[in-house]
Structure formats: structure tokens, C-alpha cells
Design a protein around this ligand. Sequence first.
Ligand code: N01
Length: 529
Amino acid sequence: MQKFDAIIVGAGFAGLRALYRLREMGKSVRVLEASGGIGGVWYHNGYPGARCDVESYDYSYSFSPELEKEWRWSERYATQPEILRYINHVADRFDLRKDIDLNTRMDRATYDEDTARWTIETGKGETISAQYLIMCVGQLSTTKAPEFPGQDDFAGEIIHSGVWPDREVTFEGKRVGIIGTGSSGMQMTPVVARAADHLTVFQRTANFSVPAANAPVSDEEDRKVKANYAERRQQALNSPTGLGFKPNRQSALDVDDAEREKVYEAAYHRLGFGFALAYHDILLSKPANDTAAEFLRRKIGALIDDPETRDKLVPKDHAFAARRPSVDSGYFQAFNRDNVELADIRAHPIVEFTPEGLRTEDKLHKLDMVIFATGFDAFTGSLLKPEIKGRGGMQLREKWAAGPVTQLGIGVADFPNLLIVVGPGSPSLLSNVMVSIEEQIDWMSDLVAHADAQGIVEIEAERAAEQAWVAHVNERAQETLYMTAASYYNGAEVAGKPRVFMPYSGGIRNYRRILQQCADDGYSGFALR
Ligand code: N01
């Protein structure tokens, strides 16, 4: 049996960062990656128009000033191919590939209480022993797709945005349908619209979106960012969501209409996702939120020519950002094209596939290709896919049957030496995930170093601490508007999933303070043996 200090599951941004750090500490490490390449979600989400909606300079590693200096982002919001090039560059530059096993899925991990080690079984039939099992499997990496009657009889092609095929997909001369209007559907719509003969977008819920205001990065801008990079990183660490600009601390209700309009107008044209931070209480107070939502409804409405289409596309049924808003590049404008049609499947649901296309309650949509942009089993999907057995054979699936339970989003009682990166209970998808990844991995590595120095072989979350943390995560969520909408933040995206709030909504800065306090208190809430 092969033996390592740590097995890392997943070779996305988190997995590579964990590998780099642990190797730096002199640990023997292996990364198991189920797919044929590195990059995690950026490997799989190669759909047209895929790009990051966090600015490139913020959505990048901060651990190496040399890397920061030498990498040149070409656009303010990087496309998926550019991000994939970046992570491949990182892997080569730091010689990470030699410790990554591609096409190797972890099927099972079993904790051995006598040796305080995990026994890991892979899809290749290997058995590996490791002291630490570090899950870097991503929050949006297990796709979900509805199954409609007649799907197998469809004569055309069906593709999911989250497992985009590794070959050229063309739309020319085709009638294409996109199901889903989250970030993926909204990003691909304008690109597919330009190429396809005809595009039908099947919308169940109208979603808020803010323009990306994407642009090429000039040499001067690049120089400017790099000259103050450390400051920008610090800013992100001290912000609620890990974005590199100063959030407004004012209430939207403390200013007059004209002033508010001015602030929203500036944020709308510049901040993208950061529009939600235009005032500090947009996600805390419904009246404050109403001002932002009303502004955006006006903006969105003004982009759409046809009144009936406009009425369907303007979101009305949830508070702005209570569900994840999108950052788009011409989504709403795409519906002004003659070849683009909106199918309101809230009013007329999809009934079935036929060999010719999709039948909704009101008509048959003839299609050559259907793209499912229907999202993911978020937060827990990929953590619960393998069989993970802790103390006494307890399964993580059993332990989390009523929703994920963690200490600080990192450790789980009865699952010693299991460490989760950007999992449920951490700021995760409510933050610039790159900031969260680096923060958590550095903290975990310090914990491991502390354990080593003290001769400790087993790190385990304490049950009481775990319960207190879950209660705190819920309390913080109750202070916000997140629970007023059904979304993947609260388990509504998968039928039968526990309806609990998954991420920590207290912000990056608070979370950092809590982690620091925990470390200062000798890693309180973790039993170290
Ligand atoms: O998935 P989603 P996504 N019948 O869950 C609809 C990140 N991301 O892949 O809202 C019909 O947001 C569903 O309808 P409804 C980002 O965090 C980042 O778009 O449930 N429709 C919804 O419209 C994002 O939030 C980037 O009523 C069905 C859509 O499918 C997350 O990934 C880019 C349906 C799913 O939307 C997920 O985005 C892309 C059904 N049975 C994504 N089931 C970046 O830029 C679902 N839908 C970094």
C-alpha cells in the first residue's frame, strides 16, 4: 500500500494550492483528480461565453509575488480558456504535476482509529494510506439535470454546461435550446445567439444580472495593479466578500434618491458583482434591497425592446442577490435579435422531449441541440459522492443527512484528520473563492504544523463546537435576506435536499478573525490527540 502524509482530492485551484503549501512543509502528498486535466470547474465548464465574474487580478493566487508579477491577464474578467492557461502555468511553474494523479477518482475513504490514518480506495483499484484527507472537491462540481420524458428519443444533441465536451461544439445552422437562466445560461446566451440559426431560452426564474463591463487590460492598468498588488490583496482580505475594492459602509436608506441613484449608476457601470456592496445593507434590509432591485429592474427593462419579453425577463419574485445574481455581457440585449425566443416555462412548463425537440404545455419547440444550464448539487454534492467512513464506520452521508455539520466549515466530529476546503459552513460561494481557498489552506497548514510540533497525530472537531458553529452560521444567515429566496444557498436546488443555509454569511473578514481566535486559543473546538 502506498503511504502519504496527505491525500488531496481534486486538482482545481484549492487542490493545487494545498499541494503547494503542504509540499513546502516537507509533507509527502498526492492529489487525486477524477478528470483528465487540472483546473476543476474551469476544466469542465468550457461552454461558450464562460468567464469569471470576479476580476482577474482578484481571482488569482497571492502566494507568490513572482507569479503575480509575471502573469499578464488580458481582460478584466478572464475567459475560461485564459483561466485554464493560468492554472496550467501555475502547475508547470511550481512543478506540481508530478504529484497529481489524473483520471483517478477517490471512491472510498475509511478512517482507521488504531493508526489514525485514512485508507483511500480509488477507481483504479489502488489502496492508499494517508494521515490527512483533504477535500478540495469544489462547491459547484456535481452537475444536476432534470430528466424529461422522451429524452432518449430526442434526435438532436444534449449537452450540460458543467461537463462541456472537450471538442469543438458548433451552433451554425442549428436550432438550439438552453434550459436554465443562472450564470451559465446567461453567459452563453449572447454567444450562442450570434452563431445559431435560432435560439430558444427556457426560463423558469428570471434572474438579476449586472453588466460585466469587461474590457482588455492595458499595459498601464497592469502596471498600476501590480504596483499596488499587496494593498489590493489586503483590501480583499478585509472586505466582506474578498473583492479588491473598498465597500461602501453607508446604508442605502441614509441618502436621498438623487444621491443613491448616482451611487448605483456608478456601481452598475463599474463593479459587476460588487454592485451588491454599493451599500452595506443591500442584503440585510428589505427596504434597502428594494432600492437596488428597483434600480436594476429599470436598467434591465431598458435593454429589452419587446414589452412582453421584457415583462418576463425582469426579475420580480426575489430580493436582489438573495439568489446568486449573474454578471453578463449582453444577455438581455440578445432577446432583441430576431433569432432569439424566450420560453416562459414557469407559465408553460416543459412536458417532454420528442424526437424533434422540446414540448412545453403551449407548443413544440423544434430543436437540433439542447443545452442544460441547470446547475449543480451545490456545496455537498461532491463531498458526499465518495463513501467517507469515519469513526465506528459512520458515513459522512449519514452524519449530514439533515444538512452539513462542521466546525468552522473545516472539520467534522467523528471524521478525524478530514479537512474540507471552502466547504459548507465557510464563506465559500459568498466570497471570492480564491481568497477563501488561500485563507483556509494556510490556516489548516498551520494547524497541521502545530500538530506535528506537539506530536499530535489526530485532529478532530468537537461535537459541541460543531453544533455551536452551525447555530452561528444559521444566526448570521437569519440576519440577511438569503433565506427569503429558494436557492442553492439553502438547498432548494435539489428536490429532497435538506433546506439549510450552507455558506457562512458573516464575511471574509469576520471569518478570518474567528479562525485567528481559534488558533490563538490553541485550536479551540478541535480535539488534538
Ligand atoms: O446554475 P444555477 P448555473 N427545469 O443553479 C434552471 C457559478 N458560476 O450553472 O432558478 C427548468 O445558478 C434554474 O431555474 P430556477 C455561480 O456561482 C460562476 O447557471 O431553479 N429549469 C436556473 O435558471 C453560479 O451561481 C460563473 O427556477 C431548471 C438554472 O437552471 C453557479 O455557478 C459562471 C431546472 C440553474 O442555475 C451555478 O450557475 C457560471 C428544471 N428542472 C457559473 N432545474 C462565473 O462566472 C434547474 N433549472 C465564475
